[in-house]
Structure formats: C-alpha cells, structure tokens
Design a protein around this ligand. Structure first.
Ligand code: SAM
Length: 239
C-alpha cells in the first residue's frame, strides 16, 4: 500500500473523527478494532499499535465507501466521498479568499453547503454550490432556508465536470472555486480549470483541499488538522 494511499485514508479518518469529536460510537469502534486486529503482547509501542489500528479502520472504511460508490460511479461520475471540510479549515482559509459582497464563490461538490453558508454569512458574497448527492443537497437547502441566506446562496444538482465544461454564465462570473475531491478528480479538474481560467480577464482564486492541483503553483499552502489545503491565484489574461 503506498504512502499516498495511507495518507489519503488517514486524512479522511481525521476529518471524520474531528466532525464527530471522537464521539463515543467511533471511540468504541476504534477500541473494538484495536483489540481484534492487534497482538498487544508482541508490540512494545502502544501508540504505534493504536496508529496502525486507526489506519486499518480508515482503510477498511475507505474501501467500503469506494465499493459502495462503484455502482454509482457508472451513472453519476462520483468524484469524491462525502467528507465535509472541518470548520476549523473553513475559518482558517476564508480570510485568504478576499471575498466581499461583489464576489461569487463556487463550491464544486458543495456537500451540506458549509463553505457556501460560512462565506456568504461572513463576507456577504454570493455563493453557488453544485453536488450530485440529493441527501446532502436537501441538508444544504434546509440550512440555507433556516439561516435565511437564500438571497445569497444557491445550489444545484449537477455533475461538477459537466458544470465546468458547459456552464459559461456562472462559471465566468465566479471569483473563487472551492474543491475537495478525490485525487484523480482533482487532476482532471485541475486541467479543465487551467484551460478555462487562463482565458479569463480577471484573476480567480482556487482553493483545493486534500490534494494539490497538478501543474499549478500554490500561492499559499498549509496543513490544518492533518489535511493539506492549497490556495492558487490565476493571472488575468490581458490579451
Ligand atoms: C469531500 S465532499 C466535500 C463537500 C464540501 N465541499 C465540503 O468541503 O464540506 C465532496 C462532495 O462532492 C460531491 N460529489 C462527488 N462527485 C461529484 C460530481 N461528479 N458532481 C457533483 N458533486 C460531486 C459529493 O457528493 C460530496 O458532497
């Protein structure tokens, strides 16, 4: 198993652990997993054995998730698991995006809409989210209405690749894109965005979570709670 794969699994586990604040259910699972998968007597380092058990749990969960999504992949082109960005990352990175009421932020795979709501509430920017998962979109829609943000925040059920390839209006208006997808999807999305954004007459920010965009040079990168976040700023096309 490659280091990158280990890291990817670990990242997702850390995210989930943070979201649930290591809730008792997860803690019980970890302990159960640990006792089932670790020969304690042969390991002198308890910390290391716990790390291995956690990693095994993460890998099994990740594989489970991937195999469940395999069926959906055929018709829905699923490009990422459902793994919300921890709020700490959102709060840390929002100031870097330089948003204000004249700007538009687009989350490509918006999940429960947490980036959209946090950005629009903090900066009054408009935000637009795209996702394929109906349950996530329902949660997002409910939060938008509850928080009375429907004049600033919009969501749509759509494939992110289809949106980037074919949507000229919202795409061209966007000042910031947020991406938190699988590595392969990030590679493909990086290429697509590069092709499309280099023609723009304005500078655009792209924030990628978990994986870097291949061939792009980040203006800022930072690891927060084990997740690496990359910020890119495109040059405007002056021709
Ligand atoms: C890792 S989650 C990130 C959610 C949100 N951006 C956040 O940071 O909290 C990825 C999201 O992308 C969505 N997704 C995966 N593949 C997609 C696709 N092809 N088109 C649209 N959304 C997709 C998933 O349903 C999931 O909600």
């Amino acid at each position: 198993m490659s280091d990158a794969y280990d890291w990817q699994c670990e990242c997702h586990l850390k995210c989930h652990l943070q979201i649930t604040s290591i809730c008792s259910e997860v803690a019980k699972l970890i302990i159960c997993y640990w006792s089932q998968n670790t020969d304690i007597s042969s390991l002198s380092n308890r910390k290391d054995s716990m790390r291995r058990a956690l990693l095994k749990l993460a890998k099994d969960r990740f594989r489970e998730m991937q195999s469940t999504h395999q069926i959906q992949l055929l018709d829905s082109n699923l490009a990422a698991p459902i793994s919300p960005t921890p709020n700490l990352i959102i709060n840390t990175f929002l100031p870097y995006l330089k948003l204000d009421s004249s700007k538009l932020m687009v989350d490509l795979g918006c999940g429960d809409g947490r980036w959209l709501l946090a950005a629009s509430k903090l900066t009054q920017c408009r935000s637009f989210g795209i996702d394929l998962d109906e349950d996530r979109l329902k949660i997002a829609n409910q939060s938008i209405l509850e928080q009375k943000m429907d004049d600033r925040v919009e969501i749509e059920r759509r494939d992110v690749f289809d949106f980037v390839k074919n949507d000229s209006k919202v795409f061209l208006m966007a000042d910031v894109f947020v991406l938190y997808l699988f590595r392969d999807a990030m590679v493909e999305m990086g290429k697509l965005l590069q092709e499309r954004l280099c023609q723009q007459k304005k500078s655009v920010c792209v924030l990628s979570i978990g994986f870097a965009l291949t061939g792009w040079k980040p203006s800022h990168e930072q690891r927060v709670n084990g997740l690496k976040v990359y910020l890119y700023t495109t040059r405007r096309n002056s021709t």
